[in-house]
Design a protein around this ligand. Structure first.
Ligand SMILES: Nc1ncnc2c1ncn2[C@@H]1O[C@H](COP(=O)(O)OP(=O)(O)OP(=O)(O)O)[C@@H](O)[C@H]1O
Length: 545
């Protein structure tokens, strides 16, 4: 990189805003990662935060980005984070509220379903202050960072993804730019290139940049300031430039908690029983916690579903994305096939196993056809269709949201100032409410058609008019072209669609620490959505008949 530019950046580093920590304390469970820490990270410079593995650097970064609530389930923090020049508290602003903090995630957290330029456009469209025109277009940002535009995000190389992540973060016009482990998983040559890119970006845009890393060897050369998250003293301390070469000695490995020596000794049986007791207690607590939070979520749902999109254009785009996922052609195939199976079996076997066919059939044929029509329309097809929608579409949504949670895209949405419910929950609910009745109607269409075909094949002496007259007999249209009981069928569809949407979304949204957590959430979505659908059908059957 051009040394002259580098020097200029270090001299002119007066742009950007400082970030102050005031009496900060962060705890994970019972362990304190940082306590009583007050310091200011200077404006317009690169501050590198180093620390041993497990010291809490990523937790600190997520706290600075406003991604962690003060009283989270496992992570709690207190104190204040203020952005702006030192002065009266009212002149300083909290990052989480005003989304002034941009973050370049370790896993990049790009939106795979959008093109590289659309990723940047999304950030431009969600800038905090949209009354001021964007400094440059999305195309200009991707060109500046050297990202190929005519390829999908998933086809970009790791380095290109990182450049795109930086372009997207810069396009949102943050005052503070955070980098989470930017060189992790790279060889030393690629790591140096990333370090140069960070310095280059800093030189051009003059933001307050904070880089969290354990790779001090690669990133110290671009640092203006170095802070050490010291696991021994549990403090974030500034390391003066003349001390930088002793950083490796000061990076104390994180002490693991060991049980006290004077813990009472127990027999193997005793230990097993104690362990069983603890697990049972924990399981019960988890169950009540989960039930409690599910009830709370259900109570808050109407508020969460305010029909509000920060940008209508993007809202519609997400609705279309989820409509494709929930009600796309593969779902049509599924539902039509299910309709064909149930329509054929119900018609064919009802007549095939009729006892004393020669006598009973002439007497019962019209009654049986009317019953088949009624059962298919009011019960069989709605139950089968909604169970399939619950399993197939619920799993698809849990996977989509779960991957977004695990891959950090949900965090990325939040740092861009977008609440996940507005672009995820609301579009998902809209998609299910539209797609469920349409898919069910397709299944019913297929069941009706195959029932007619089967009847014609097995009763060649009766014409299609006979079938039609009796198949619909118990469904006589009372209100125009709609069949009798359509309100019940529609109600079941809507209640099922709405519930499947919410269960799948919240299962996907739950914290994910591994790919295994994503697959577990898909499995439990299938379990809970199908159970929910069965309960809905059971309860409506009691009311309906
Ligand atoms: N969501 C979470 N729930 C519970 N514990 C967590 C969570 N996130 C992090 N921790 C714990 O907090 C501690 C600090 O984790 P963190 O990821 O911040 O470390 P780090 O300094 O970034 O380490 P590394 O350099 O190895 O990534 C670890 O003991 C980790 O297990």
């Amino acid at each position: 990189m051009n040394r002259e530019m580098e020097t200029t950046s270090k001299q002119d580093a007066s742009v950007g805003l400082p970030l102050s920590l005031i009496d900060m304390e962060i705890k994970v469970g019972d362990r304190t990662l940082m306590s009583d820490t007050s310091l200011t990270i200077p404006a317009g410079k690169i501050t590198v935060i180093v620390g041993a593995s497990g010291a809490g650097k990523s937790v600190l970064l997520r706290t600075l980005a406003g991604l962690l609530p003060r009283d989270g389930e496992s992570i709690r923090w207190r104190g204040d984070i203020a952005i702006g020049p030192a002065g009266p508290a009212e002149h300083q602003q909290q990052p989480a509220l005003l989304t002034r903090v941009g973050i370049v995630f370790q896993q990049f957290a790009l939106f795979d379903e959008l093109s590289p330029t659309a990723n940047v456009q999304f950030a431009i469209d969600h800038r905090r202050d949209r009354s001021v025109p964007s400094s440059q277009s999305a195309q200009a940002w991707v060109e500046e960072l050297g990202v190929p535009t005519h390829t999908s995000v998933s086809a970009l190389s790791g380095g290109q993804k990182q450049r795109l992540a930086i372009a997207r973060t810069l396009a949102a016009a943050p005052d503070i730019l955070l980098y989470d482990e930017p060189t992790s998983g790279l060889d030393s040559a690629s790591g140096r290139k990333v370090a140069e890119l960070i310095r280059h970006t800093q030189t051009i845009h003059q933001l307050t940049s904070i880089v969290v890393t354990h790779d001090y060897v690669t990133l110290l050369p671009i640092a203006d300031e170095v802070l050490l998250l010291d696991s021994a003293s549990q403090k974030l301390v500034r390391i003066e430039a003349d001390q930088w070469d002793v950083i490796p000695q000061r990076m104390q490995p994180v002490a693991l908690t060991t049980p006290p020596d004077d813990a009472p000794t127990t027999t193997a049986w005793g230990a097993s029983l104690t362990r069983f007791g603890t697990l049972a207690r924990q399981g019960t607590n988890d169950f009540f916690a989960a039930t409690g939070s599910a009830i709370w979520i259900a109570l808050c749902l109407p508020l969460e579903l305010r029909p509000y999109f920060p940008r209508v254009r993007w809202g519609l785009r997400f609705v279309l994305h989820y409509l494709r996922l929930v009600g796309g052609p593969s779902a049509w195939f599924y539902l039509v096939l299910a309709g064909l199976i149930i329509g054929f079996t119900s018609t064919y076997f009802t007549f095939k196993f009729l006892p004393y066919q020669a006598y009973t059939q002439p007497l019962l044929i019209d009654e049986l056809l009317a019953s088949i029509g009624f059962a298919l329309y009011r019960i069989l097809v709605p139950v089968l269709a909604t169970i399939l929608i619950a399993a197939r579409c619920g799993a698809a949504i849990a996977a989509d949201v779960g991957v977004k949670r695990y891959g950090g895209q949900i965090d990325a949405l939040q740092t861009l100032g977008v609440m996940p419910r507005t672009y995820l929950l609301l579009p998902i609910v809209i998609a299910f409410v539209i797609a469920t009745p349409v898919l069910e109607w397709m299944a019913m269409g297929a069941a009706t058609w195959i029932s007619l075909v089967t009847f014609m094949a097995t009763h060649p002496n009766e014409g299609p008019y006979f079938w039609e007259q009796h198949f619909y007999r118990n469904l006589h249209p009372h209100d125009g072209w709609l069949l009798m009981g359509w309100k019940w069928v529609l109600t079941k569809n809507l209640v099922c669609g709405f519930g499947i949407a919410c269960i799948a979304y919240y299962q996907g949204l739950a914290p994910k620490n591994s790919a295994n957590d994503v697959s577990r959430s898909i499995t439990s979505t299938v379990l809970w959505t199908t159970l929910y659908v069965l309960v809905v059908h059971f309860v409506t059957a009691l009311l309906e008949f």
